[in-house]
Design a protein around this ligand. Sequence first.
Ligand code: HEM
Length: 231
Amino acid sequence: MTSPKSSILVWDLPLRLFHWMAALSFAGAWLTAETERWRLLHVTLGYTLAGLLVFRLLWGLIGTRHARFADFVRGPGAVRRYVVALLRGRPEHHVGHNPAGALAIMALLTLGSLSAVTGWAVYEQLGGDWLSAAHDIAASVMLAVVGVHLLGVVVASWLRQENLVASMITGRKAGAPEQGIRSAWRSVAALMLVAVMSYWWLQWPSAPDGVGADTSQLKRNSDGGSNSERR
Ligand code: HEM
């Protein structure tokens, strides 16, 4: 027998912080990708995304119940059943991520990692044009998957009459009390925030005229210099 539904805590604070900081980092990195003037900001946001992804992979193994990969990564059968039910207008309710949403989420985590690794390799001049092309492709495919992700969130929210965006902000959803998590893990979220802010603060002096320093000069100097000169 299941208990009556109430508002329960589903997403811990580190997961929510990860989500919104990852979304901002990706959006910012995308918007600053094209010009040399914004290169330092682009690279800083890319490295921020990389750090957040490392945290998320770890949190997927040791985090709270619905944050764990074991809780939401499902096989093709579960995805098919979910999509068929959705198309018939009878969407299944999942307190954590639904199976189709989880697929987009895993794609985003993979593409985010690929974008970050190829971006780092391009910045360190480890490859030729093919590496830049791989970085562009990973980021463009990621943008397309973000579009699918947003569409999925809107459709699932509408069909289930449940505001999933609000849940990603408050951490709360409708569910039986035994499906909720006990703690929001605020201390871990505070550590994440301190780590990201400290990294940005350390990057700041490299941007003499504000966040958009022209690093082309630094890049040229670094041909005969050390890596630390570039940052
Ligand atoms: C304004 C833009 C965005 C909105 C409104 C949004 C909304 C959401 C919502 C509501 C969920 C929870 C879905 C569920 O209940 O199962 C979610 C999960 C997720 N979103 Fe977004 N999203 C946005 C942008 C992005 C971007 C740009 C990325 C990629 C960097 C992203 C990556 C993810 C990931 C990885 C998850 C899973 C969270 C986790 O388990 O860690 N989202 N998003």
